[in-house]
Design a protein around this ligand. Structure first.
Ligand code: AMP
Ligand code: MG
Length: 333
């Protein structure tokens, strides 16, 4: 089986081909970040235009590097939400056109489910057949910070989420206040690597509901600190970045581990862009008593392989989308 995955929910135009075992035959991504340097963030109108320009090339490249043609495809999986509506539409319409022209079944995939399934790409770190449920999943990205209880394949319960900013958003805004371009997470990580995380104690979260998050307080404290301590920026930038990242990762790790204990899960999966963060990975690995799983390198941030593998699971479950599949900007798990 050859499954084509298509992902255009935000600012990355991506296509991938996987086989029925979930092995990646090709994984192509065209990032648009270079276009947003002057804007300090993604511009939806530019994003959808770039998707429209790129989608054909990206799909063609995915087929070519997998040594396949459109005639070899058996299934198409496409992100239909959540995300930017104009961006989503480009992927959905491309997928529907190929599905119709080649008479190939179509599956609309929830982007967040796709992130969860990044844990099963190439059966690493988790084997799709032999995984032990329940798993607690932390989805942590630029737009989401959610705790999800995964009771079995393609069955989830939302346990809690952020009340305000997502963790990635707080990192991006803190980095922007420092004058760095989007995305801020990788920059903060790089500069903070040699810094002292105990240099300044940014506030950790105290929320009554143990399953909820909030990052706007930390973000504001971070930006306020930068304004108040301009002099220290010159001499202590790595320490300041490390301290901010330390607070943010403490919040994520402490709350997730508490939830995992209360829910008595067999393991924890961390997915989404921020799951690439080294400090976060290290803290989870050292503090958790149960196994913690992270996507393989390159599959934390948005990609189409995760969409393809989630589409395959829904297909095996007997589900099919039709040509009335529509993009949905706000979509829950
Ligand atoms: P996504 O929304 O899943 O595409 O992920 C993008 C988000 O992940 C942005 O907020 C980035 O700043 C963040 N991100 C990406 N890589 C890292 C990293 N190594 N450390 C922290 N945050 C990261
Ligand atoms: Mg994403």
């Amino acid at each position: 089986m050859n499954i084509l995955g298509i992902e255009t929910s935000c600012d990355d135009t991506a296509a991938a081909i996987i086989n029925e075992k979930g092995e990646v035959l090709s994984n192509v991504l065209s990032s648009q970040t270079q276009f947003y340097k002057d804007y300090g963030g993604i511009v939806p109108e530019i994003a959808s235009r770039k998707h429209a320009e790129l989608i054909g090339y990206v799909i063609e490249e995915a087929l070519k590097s997998a040594n396949r043609t459109l005639n070899d495809l058996n299934l198409i999986a496409v992100t239909y939400g959540p995300g930017l509506i104009g961006s989503l539409l480009i992927g959905v319409e491309a997928a529907k056109a190929i599905s119709f022209a080649k008479e190939i079944p179509l599956i609309g995939v929830n982007h967040l489910e796709g992130h969860i399934y990044s844990l099963f790409i190439n059966n690493k770190p988790l084997n799709i057949e032999r995984v032990e449920f329940p798993l607690l999943i932390l989805i942590v990205s630029g737009g989401h910070t959610e705790l999800v209880l995964m009771e079995e394949h393609i069955r989830y319960k939302l346990i809690g989420e952020t009340r305000d900013d997502a963790a990635g958003e707080a990192l991006d805004k803190f980095a922007r206040a420092l004058g760095f371009e989007y995305p801020g997470g990788p920059v903060i990580q790089k500069i903070g690597e040699k810094g002292d995380p105990s240099f300044f104690h940014f506030p950790r979260l105290s929320l009554k509901n143990p399953y909820e998050f909030s990052f706007s307080g930390l973000k504001t404290a971070g930006i306020y600190y930068l304004k108040k301590h301009e002099k220290e920026l010159k001499t202590h930038l790595p320490d300041i970045c490390a301290s901010f990242e330390d607070a943010l990762t403490d919040i994520l790790v402490n709350r997730t581990l508490k939830a995992a204990k209360a829910l008595k899960v067999k393991g924890i999966g961390i997915v989404g862009g921020v799951s690439a963060n080294k400090r976060l990975r290290k803290k989870f690995k050292t503090r958790s008593k149960i196994p913690v799983y992270f996507p393989q390198k390159g599959f934390s941030t948005d990609n189409a392989a995760m969409i393809a593998i989630n589409g395959l699971m829904h297909y095996k479950n007997g589900e099919r989308s039709n040509l009335l599949l529509d993009a949905v900007s706000r979509l829950n798990l």
